[in-house]
Design a protein around this ligand. Structure first.
Ligand code: AHM
Ligand code: MG
Length: 337
């Protein structure tokens, strides 16, 4: 029988590759994995809410129902608080950073930024949603951790990952030595290594963008979309348009099959919609580690200065060759295609 590696075993085996505080990062990743299983259990029950009581009401056990994104936020924060390896949690759901002030945690070495339930508008309609996380080393030496500990460039991430709650639930993460994917086996309640050393195809035939906003897109993006739609046998065009509306799900598919995901800026929202700290930096780290590319149209996402916690950025992310061609359209350079 082939040996099955669980997430816990794999993390311990690979911790020799971690640059710093090995046991602590392992425990942090393990805590995130445990919270993911708890959130997965509730996401799977989302359709039962009509039977058990809608958000804000009381279910038949007399428990007050919560919105799932609020629930996911609480689960991850509580796992990170009790784990003791993390001194600050920054969550897309919270305006400010959450300082973990317990005796153990205030000297902890790690910062976690998290989008607890991304794509949450899809929960009610049984479409995949995700969790995105990003881990940094604390920079300040002692005393309470500071906001500047969170506002680090994406290049400073020591680990990043996502969980996709889909037809199966997967946890995909990197510590800067490639990308590995684990599928939750519900019969044993463990994430098992199912996608070792994930590599993104250099190119693909899928483009993912909310074309309903076409009228507002910059000219370069409009031209790139037209390019995707033109027939050309040599480059397998026209490409397929696939847009789930959960970035994790769109990127996960494109990571496996090859493709590009774009959320551009527009005149009214020059920085687009997606958040640098919670969404773009962690996903850019993973996609780069898998051989792909992520830019804001001008600069590498991971090199962007982080000025504020909830900063937004346009993003072009996916198979390297596709992102390069999209960028060429943005720069209006004549591309031989
Ligand atoms: P959220 O964090 O509020 O869920 O928003 C992020 C999501 C992404 O997962 C997704 O790609 C995007 O918003 C979809 O936005 P739009 O409906 O504007 O296309
Ligand atoms: Mg989000």
């Amino acid at each position: 029988m082939p040996k099955v590696a669980t997430l816990g075993q794999f993390i311990i085996e690979k911790q020799a590759d971690f640059p710093y505080a090995k046991g602590e990062l392992s425990r942090l990743l393990r805590d995130i994995g445990i919270a993911a299983k708890i959130v997965n259990r509730e996401v799977n029950k989302a359709g039962l809410v009509d039977i058990l009581g809608a958000a804000g009401q009381t279910n038949i056990q007399g428990e007050r129902q919560q919105k799932l994104d609020v629930y996911a936020n609480e689960q991850f924060i509580s796992a990170l608080q009790s784990g003791g390896e993390c001194c600050i949690v920054a969550s897309e759901e919270n305006e400010d950073i959450i300082l973990i002030d317990s005796e153990v945690s205030k000297s902890a070495k790690y910062i976690v930024a998290i989008d607890p339930l991304d794509g949450s508008s899809n929960i009610d309609v049984n479409v995949p949603v995700g969790t995105i996380f990003s881990i940094y080393r604390r920079k300040s030496a002692d005393g309470p951790a500071l906001i500047s500990d969170v506002l680090q460039k994406g290049t400073q991430q020591v680990a990043a990952g996502y969980i996709i709650y889909g037809s199966s639930t997967m946890l995909v993460y990197t510590t800067g030595c490639g990308v590995n994917g684990f599928t939750l086996d519900p019969s044993i309640g463990e994430f098992c290594l199912s996608h070792p050393e994930m590599k993104m195809p250099k190119t693909g035939t899928i483009y993912s963008i909310n074309e309903g906003n076409y009228i507002h897109f910059p000219d370069g993006v409009k031209q790139y979309i037209k390019y995707c739609q033109v027939e050309d046998k040599a480059t397998n065009r026209p490409y397929s348009s696939r847009y789930i509306g959960s970035m994790v799900a769109d990127l996960h598919r494109n990571l496996i099959k090859g493709g590009i995901f774009i959320y551009p800026g527009t005149a009214s929202a020059p920085k687009g919609k997606l958040r640098l700290v919670y969404e773009c930096n962690p996903l850019a780290f993973i996609i780069e580690q898998a051989g792909g590319k992520a830019t804001d149209g001008e600069s590498r996402i991971l090199d962007l200065e982080v000025i504020e916690l909830h900063q937004r950025t346009p993003i072009f992310i996916g198979s390297k060759e596709m992102v390069l061609i999209a960028e060429a359209f943005l720069h209006e350079t004549s591309v031989t295609l």
